[in-house]
Design a protein. Structure first.
Length: 277
């Protein structure tokens, strides 16, 4: 998978785009009503239990508005927090803190939300089965969302379409399953190959071919267990399809190596944070 790089330049560029969205074209016209340079100290507090994520984005948000604002981190990305815990302390001009507040909290809320939801799935699945994300991400936010998954203890799937071959049902519908797998093997040039099947018959038709992972899509628990037995150690096994917190433990019990969950990126609720003066 392509490496996720959270460089200073990436964080700065991402935050600049977010601030531009919030401040274009006339800035914060409400905060401009504050004429004094009053210095305040505020606490950044979690309103719920969560896995914290996005503090570097929040810190950069305040720094781009006013590089004299002090942002003291009390909880690191990837750490757990409870309701009422102080995550960071911020000191600077009141007006500038208010300008940066919402963008900073939006980064924290979204990244922490994905990390928290991922962690719930990781705990439910148990230690033997990996939870991984998919490409079901918000456009232009994939790097951030996949970073959040890692914070929550999850594993990143391929980052983009050139990372590995993933032969899915619609590819198969346009060609013969075995022939398209053989073509991928011939052209792989060091890339991994994952093949999706939704029946045991399909699985048996490609058994023995030299690919890496078999993706068992929308199978019931009985067929998942049978598929894992058939595969043995020939391939890594992955289960997918309508996975929820209610079903993930049972799916993990079938012996699959990993479970892919689209909802941890596309449907994770945000975590509630507040600034308290």
């Amino acid at each position: 998978m392509s490496k996720i790089k959270l460089s200073k330049e990436f964080i700065r560029g991402t935050v600049k785009l977010a601030l531009n969205e919030d401040l274009y074209p006339s800035g914060d016209i409400t905060s401009s009503l504050i004429n004094n340079d009053k210095i305040i100290t505020v606490k950044l507090i979690s309103n719920q239990s969560a896995i914290v994520g996005g503090l570097l984005f929040a810190k950069q948000t305040f720094a781009l508005i006013d590089n004299k604002i002090k942002f003291i981190i009390k909880k690191k990305d990837g750490s757990s927090t409870k309701k009422g815990n102080i995550v960071a302390v911020i000191k600077g001009k009141a007006k500038n803190i208010l300008i940066a507040e919402r963008v900073a909290l939006n980064f924290l809320s979204h990244i922490s939300g994905i990390a928290t939801k991922t962690n719930e799935f990781v705990k439910a699945a148990g230690k033997k089965t990996k939870i991984c994300c998919t490409r079901k991400t918000i456009p232009n936010l994939r790097v951030i969302q996949k970073y959040a998954v890692k914070l929550g203890g999850g594993t990143n799937h391929r980052f983009n379409l050139s990372d590995e071959y993933l032969i899915k049902d619609n590819h198969i519908a346009s060609s013969d399953l075995k022939s398209i797998v053989l073509k991928a093997i011939k052209n792989k040039k060091g890339k991994k190959i994952t093949v999706e099947v939704d029946t045991i018959k399909q699985l048996k038709s490609i058994l023995g071919l030299k690919f890496n992972t078999v993706l068992l899509d929308n199978m019931n628990l009985k067929n998942l267990r049978e598929s894992v037995k058939i595969v043995k150690k020939l391939y890594e096994t992955e289960a997918s399809g309508n996975v929820s917190l209610k079903t993930v433990k049972a799916i993990a019990s079938t012996g699959v190596n990993r479970i892919s969950v689209g909802s941890i990126t596309h449907s994770a609720p945000g975590v509630d944070f507040k600034l308290e003066i």
